[in-house]
Design a protein around this ligand. Structure first.
Ligand code: XLS
Ligand code: NI
Ligand code: NI
Length: 438
């Protein structure tokens, strides 16, 4: 098979001093951080859709990047070429996983049966490459937002026929995920929401989404899928309001409908910020609820109100993210670069530069987060800040061994309580900086 990314060598670690654009400056797969190799801390994945399909088309203009890989777009030949391109790309970068939607790997046909045959053919090819290279699926999903039939959602559609199409797609995407050894299966509720409440039965829609998810769990388990299902929260876009608004909302939904044993969350940085949170916030909320499953690694633009899906560059953000991940004991999924090059970065080299930037930003985030933990001042401060709960009346509150009456008596004896102690935010921020730039 002939090389597709000609002139691009295998990308290796050369260290921060290197000026070679096609080398890692921080990602050193075998370097051990807090007892684990970087590659184990950071199971990176390539997003089939952005990397092999998206060509820079936006609302105002057609594509700028040529992703034909030498064949006619939208053909099966092209779909096969994308498999070859994808595996060459991942091998050159040392990436061990990929993520896909059904529509990314094989061209959609109006006839669902024909489409499913196409999916079988292409997934055979992917499987063959996977066996040859050891590169595996991180998670699979069904695209239930692109086709016009999903204009009102999939599980949340007003049409039962559309619900059945969604079910057929989920079933097939689960088959493919199992076939390709996927660790997870994602539900991103792309159009599971509404444009106006004037035409929407929210209760029915949410119940139906839960039914679709339950059916997916039952079917998945019946065909041997042992991985996690994930909800990927996002507050809006494409819909005005999406039901899986943020981590907290999605967790509430999963518990409400008894899905919390089989589901975790796939937290995307840019979705958290769209919801008015930091990336760190949604990671923390997922983690403390035992639901931190996987990560869609990207970055938004704070000046723009949409999902810009940029490659992560902000090392403060990746450090805070990796601090959460380390504290949570890691992720069971991985780090999927749900990210795309900017439209004017249209060459094949740019595809590599995007991933090198993303992998280096997370590697540096990991290094710095580990240093913050080893430094200990921040963790120690937090421990100290809550120490009133480790003894006396505080301990009784924590242990559930008191009541309002006793606490009221305690308060009345105190008279005027002391202030709770300075939050020391500025001090902690300067500690953070001193570790970042030491
Ligand atoms: C879009 C989502 C999407 C999911 C997979 O905003 O991030 O790409 O990750 O359907
Ligand atoms: Ni997104
Ligand atoms: Ni995503």
């Amino acid at each position: 098979m002939s090389e597709i990314f000609k002139g691009i060598p295998k990308v290796s670690y050369e260290g921060p001093e290197s000026k070679n654009p096609l080398a890692f400056k921080y990602y050193d797969a075998d370097r051990v951080i807090l007892g684990k190799k970087m590659s184990e801390h950071l199971p990176f994945a390539m997003a089939w859709w952005h990397n092999l399909c998206a060509n820079g088309t936006d609302m105002f203009g057609t594509g700028t990047a040529d992703k034909s890989f030498g064949s006619a777009l939208g053909t099966m030949e092209h779909a096969h070429k994308k498999v070859d391109a994808g595996f060459e790309f991942m091998q050159k970068l040392g990436i061990e996983y990929f993520c896909f939607h059904d529509v990314d790997i094989a061209p959609e046909d109006q006839d669902i049966n024909k489409w499913q045959k196409n999916l079988d053919e292409i997934s055979d090819h992917i499987l063959e490459k996977s066996k040859e290279t050891g590169i595996k699926d991180l998670w699979g999903t069904a695209n239930m937002f692109n086709n016009p039939r999903f204009m009102n959602g999939a599980g949340s559609s007003n049409s039962a026929d559309v619900f059945c199409f969604a079910a057929a797609q989920v079933k097939k995407a689960l088959d493919l995920t199992v076939k390709l050894g996927g660790r997870g299966y994602v539900f991103w509720g792309g159009r599971e929401g509404y444009e106006t409440l004037l035409n929407t039965d929210v209760k029915l829609e949410q119940e139906n989404i839960a039914k679709l998810m339950h059916m997916a769990v039952d079917y998945g388990r019946s065909i041997g899928f042992t991985g996690d299902f994930y909800i990927e929260p996002k507050p809006k876009e494409p819909m005005k309001h999406q039901y899986d608004f943020d981590a907290a909302t999605a967790i509430g939904f999963l518990r409400q409908y008894g899905l919390d044993k089989d589901f975790k969350l796939n937290i995307e940085a840019n979705h958290a910020t769209l919801a008015g949170h930091t990336f760190q916030h949604d990671l923390r909320i997922a983690a403390i609820n035992g639901m931190l499953g996987s990560i869609d690694a990207n970055q938004g633009d704070y000046l723009l109100g949409w999902d810009t899906d940029e490659f992560p560059f902000n090392v403060y953000e990746t450090t805070l993210a990796m601090y959460e991940v380390l504290k949570a004991g890691g992720v069971t999924g991985g780090f999927n670069f749900d990210a795309k090059n900017r439209r004017p970065s249209y060459t094949m080299e740019d595809m590599f530069y995007g991933y090198i930037l993303g992998m280096d930003s997370f590697a540096l985030g990991l290094i710095k987060a580990a240093e913050i933990i080893e430094d200990g001042r921040i963790d120690e401060f937090i421990k100290e800040r809550y120490k009133s709960y480790s003894e006396g009346i505080g301990k009784k509150i924590r242990d559930g061994k008191t009541d309002l009456k006793e606490l009221a008596e305690y308060a009345s004896k105190l008279g005027t309580p002391a202030l709770p102690g300075s939050g020391r935010q500025e001090y902690l921020e300067s500690v953070f900086n001193s570790v970042m730039f030491k």
